[in-house]
Design a protein around this ligand. Structure first.
Ligand SMILES: *Cc1c(COP(=O)(O)O)cnc(C)c1O
Length: 316
């Protein structure tokens, strides 16, 4: 069997439509070319570079049955023929297209209550070590230095696009969850001394905690890379908007469902209710409420295509 490896992949970036007199562009990270793409694929490939380099022979990670991250990790582990152990909260265990792909890739899924997750992971790693395995732990959602680095690379792709097409994006919007995607974009911006609005639309977390987690990831990465920066610079660059989370994680409403429908009908682009359609909808409200006009706006489509199919079944 061949192995899926990282190689910097440049995803398509296209004009989409006008909104409030702004030109919206979209970067199709959902088309990142492995395992249905998305930000989790972009991040996971870098974690697997470390796994390959360190000759690890087992992978442990965490996520729910609808986790895009777990689907990609299960897939990349399978392509290396190493076992993948997923610790999953039993509160979120209903079958989804993502969980079906985890099973297809023969991931071993251990369910426990949310409160027991930490101990279950520790025990599992200890047991693998006892069996003389060398397990690698990937934090849930691909959180951590590798995950952040993946979005520094994405930021650099955006800069390159701007240079080649003689365009400047005044705003970058995207769905923000664990904050790693946003942290990477912010680090890219700081490293290249650029200045624009990077706006993470929270899909669940509230401030101040949500924003703090982004700030922590930014600091961790810049410290690791020895980039000199003032706390003030980081503060100014970090905008985590928690006003469009609706009823919470994974909860849809009619506006979000309408976004899924029109986005697909008009552009042939799949979006899902948990992440991208919720963020896109939030971006539109933000543009209206802040009366933003006559700018170039980039929306990063962070993936989640299997969730689009779960949404279709729900919307029938
Ligand atoms: C996980 C995920 C996000 C959020 O990314 P973070 O780096 O965790 O903030 C956004 N969109 C999709 C489709 C995701 O799967």
């Amino acid at each position: 069997m061949s192995t899926v490896k990282s190689k910097q992949q440049i995803t398509p970036l296209l004009p989409l439509s006008k909104f409030n007199n702004n030109q919206i562009y979209i970067k199709r990270d959902d088309l990142f070319p492995v395992s249905f793409g998305g930000n989790k694929a972009r991040k996971a490939l870098l974690f697997f570079d470390e796994i390959d380099a360190g000759n690890y022979d087992a992978v442990v990670t965490y996520g729910s049955s609808s986790s895009n991250h777990c689907r990609v990790v299960a897939n990349l582990a399978a392509s290396r023929n190493i076992p993948c152990y997923i610790v999953s909260p039993k509160e979120q265990s209903k079958s989804t297209f993502n969980s079906k792909m985890m099973h297809l890739c023969r991931a071993e899924i251990t369910e426990c209550s949310v409160s027991a997750v930490h101990n279950t992971i520790e025990a599992m790693i200890a047991e693998l070590v006892k069996q003389t395995k060398k397990p690698y732990f990937i934090p849930g959602g691909g959180h951590g230095i590798c995950g952040t680095h993946a979005y520094v690379q994405c930021y650099e792709e955006i800069m390159e696009f701007e240079k080649q097409n003689n365009i400047h994006f005044d705003y970058i919007f995207h769905a923000s969850g664990t904050g790693t995607t946003q942290a990477g974009l912010i680090c890219g911006q700081i490293i290249h001394s650029e200045n624009r609005n990077i706006i993470g639309i929270s899909i669940a977390r509230k401030n101040p905690r949500g924003r703090q987690i982004v700030l922590d990831s930014v600091c961790e990465y810049l410290r690791y890379k020895d980039v000199p920066v003032t706390p003030d610079q980081i503060e100014r660059n970090t905008c985590f908007v928690d006003e469009y989370t609706g009823k919470g994680y994974g909860k849809m409403n009619s506006d979000i469902d309408e976004t899924i429908r029109t986005m697909f009908m008009s552009n042939g682009i799949p979006m899902d209710a948990t992440y991208t359609a919720k963020a896109y909808c939030g971006m539109q409200q933000y543009l209206k409420e802040h009366q933003i006009k006559n700018t170039n706006i980039l929306f990063i489509h962070t993936g989640g295509t299997p969730l689009f199919f779960d949404d279709l079944e729900r919307m029938q």
